[in-house]
Design a binder for this molecule. Structure first.
Ligand code: F6R
Length: 254
């Protein structure tokens, strides 16, 4: 796992946007996995304002709330369209997002796995982490080998997503599994804020455990985690990661 520590949230988004744009430049038909949530908002803002062409990029996403259609304003489909996809002029055939308004969740999950395979696998998957260590909606206790499937959300996650004064829109979700995520060729996790510093310490420097699903990233051959100073504040080897980042030993590494 490669750890990059940036000054603040803006710098995290700037760096992550450079990673995505570089990947699209190298492979215009990149298969890009998107994440929802507060953290990628600044990254998507930069991508939609960039001059990079996304018209050949193929898009998947990590998860969707059960029972809500793509038009629902709390759906992840809606979030991704408003924050990114509507601005990129991507042909609809290149966008394969999970839907929450399907009748047969198990079949939708199976079809999604097949669609990822048919696209040649995910090249670059964007990730965030929940306060309880979830990635996508793989809640603590999820199998680290799990595939796309329906999942019941924990109270902690429901609280994270609840709009003030409103009931949660759903207690269930469809989510890529930890195994599906681990199959992506590259992972790009972004994390910001002091509130995430404890879970950051656990998933980067603690044991690999289903109790902290994000810890499975330790097994990935190409996982980049970009943190701001606040999120990195509890890391034991913080200075070492910074030293490594500014003293890459391999010639030509950026
Ligand atoms: C969303 C997702 C979640 C979020 C995580 C962090 O698609 O997969 O795992 O990445 O809950 O959310 P924020 O960024 O809102 O803190």
């Amino acid at each position: 796992m490669e750890i990059l520590i940036e000054r603040d949230y803006d710098a995290v988004c700037e760096r992550a946007s450079a990673v995505v744009r570089e990947a699209v430049k190298k492979k215009p038909s990149l298969v890009l996995g998107l994440a929802t949530g507060k953290t990628p908002v600044g990254l998507y803002e930069r991508l939609r304002k960039s001059t990079t062409s996304f018209k050949a990029v193929r898009f998947f996403n990590l998860d969707e709330l059960y029972g809500v259609g793509p038009e629902h304003e709390e759906s992840f489909n809606h979030f991704l369209r408003v924050n990114l996809l509507d601005h990129l002029k991507v042909p609809e055939k290149n966008v394969k997002l999970l839907r929450g308004d399907v009748k047969d969740l198990d079949k939708a999950a199976e079809d999604y796995e097949k669609a990822i395979k048919k696209a040649g696998g995910i090249d670059l998957q964007i990730l965030g982490v929940g306060n309880n260590g979830h990635i996508a909606f793989n809640e603590p206790g999820s199998s680290l080998g799990s595939r796309t499937r329906p999942k019941t959300l924990t109270d902690e996650t429901l609280a994270q997503y609840r709009k003030p004064g409103k009931e949660p829109v759903s207690n269930f979700a469809l989510t890529m599994g930890c195994g599906t995520i681990m199959d992506a060729r590259r992972l790009l996790m972004i994390v910001s804020g002091e509130g995430k510093s404890a879970v950051v310490r656990e998933f980067i420097e603690g044991p690999v455990t289903a109790e902290i699903p994000a810890s499975v990233l330790q097994f990935h051959p190409s996982a980049l985690v970009i943190l701001d100073e606040a999120a990195a504040s509890k890391l034991k080897r913080r200075d070492y990661y910074k030293w490594v980042a500014s003293n890459k030993w391999r010639a030509g590494q950026k």
